[in-house]
Design a protein around this ligand. Structure first.
Ligand SMILES: [Zn+2]
Length: 86
């Protein structure tokens, strides 16, 4: 997925426990849109539109946040923050 853009998203949200290889040992619950529709360029250069839901929708929202300089910890519900770091 090159230059993905969310072009539609559900009002319905889900809570998901996220982690990230950029933040080893940290997890937290983040509220995400349950359904998203994105537009992106594929590896052949073709522009595509695709719908995703649940786990795949969460991952894509997490990764698009990275492109915008946002980490899941910036969005985590504070009382749900966990860390295994010592
Ligand atoms: Zn990440």
């Amino acid at each position: 997925m090159i230059n993905p853009t969310i072009i539609d998203k559900s009002k319905e949200t889900i809570l998901w426990e996220e982690a990230c290889i950029s933040l080893p040992g940290d997890t937290g619950i983040v509220k995400r849109h349950k359904h998203i529709k994105i537009e992106f360029t594929d590896v052949t250069g073709k522009r595509q539109k695709q719908k995703y839901k649940d786990f795949n929708a969460v991952i894509i929202q997490h990764e698009i946040d990275h492109l915008d300089g946002i980490l899941f910890m910036d969005k985590v519900i504070p009382e749900k923050k966990k860390s295994t770091k010592k």
